[in-house]
Design a protein around this ligand. Structure first.
Ligand code: ZN
Length: 232
């Protein structure tokens, strides 16, 4: 299979991070597609939001059902309505000295592993060389599969698995939420990201519920960025 280096596939959820990545990809590649996953999340509204934004961006959009992911493990508050959500994003001090982390209960084990693996098979089928994901080690919420070491390792594994030369791009890996807002602004989509995306774990678009860890992280970043933004 010949993979085209001008084509990119964005793993897309309709949230702040992946929407910023969608427009980043549009700037860097000639042909961009978006792939969205239903994984048993309580708030599947995000799939509709993702589809709408992709449409506005003129990006072909597809969704895949991977609900089996949430059925493999228990205790995740994003997929199990019996589990109460952790209130705060974990502080960096939650990292232990040996580098192991205790993920919050919003962690879906294997999510990015499955998403990127499925995305790579899809990309291979469509001759797409570049995969784009919005993971970030800087504000990584304690999710081990958002770290750079995991993404690099998976990139190697996917290439070995299919004997291909995929390149996984992580434009947000080393920037924090405030800098992610700046990037959206530079890409000309600050207002779109602010008002249309869905980051909130309680399923409320835009500024969200304000109470869940995702809203808190998003708002802190926004406030920090707005202080430095001209003409706001
Ligand atoms: Zn929220």
């Amino acid at each position: 299979m010949i993979l085209d280096h001008r084509k990119a596939l964005v793993v897309y959820s309709g949230g702040q991070d992946s929407t910023t990545c969608l427009f980043w990809a549009k700037q860097h590649f000639d042909e961009v597609r978006a792939l969205c996953f239903r994984y048993g999340q309580k708030h599947v509204a995000e799939v509709d939001i993702a589809r709408r934004i992709a449409q506005q961006a003129g990006v072909p959009f597809e969704e895949r059902d991977v609900t089996f992911i949430s059925q493999l493990s228990t205790g995740c508050s994003l997929t199990d309505s019996n589990v109460l959500m952790d209130k705060e994003p974990p502080a960096p001090s939650a990292d232990t000295p040996d580098g192991r982390i205790t993920p919050p209960n919003t962690f879906v084990p294997g999510r990015n592993l499955f998403f990127l693996s499925i995305a790579a098979v899809y990309a291979r089928e469509h001759g797409i060389m570049n995969l784009v994901t919005g993971v970030s080690q800087t504000d990584y919420s304690g999710y081990p599969d958002c770290r750079d070491s995991f993404i690099r390792s998976l990139n190697v594994s996917l290439n070995l698995a299919m004997d291909e030369q995929f390149v996984i791009h992580t434009p947000l890996m080393w920037i924090d939420k405030a800098e992610t807002w700046r990037l959206a602004d530079q890409l000309g989509v600050f207002d779109l990201v602010r008002h249309q995306t869905l980051t909130c774990y309680n399923g409320i678009p835009g500024d969200g519920c304000g109470e869940c860890p995702a809203c808190k992280l998003r708002r802190r970043g926004l406030e920090k960025y707005l202080k430095t933004r001209k003409n706001n």
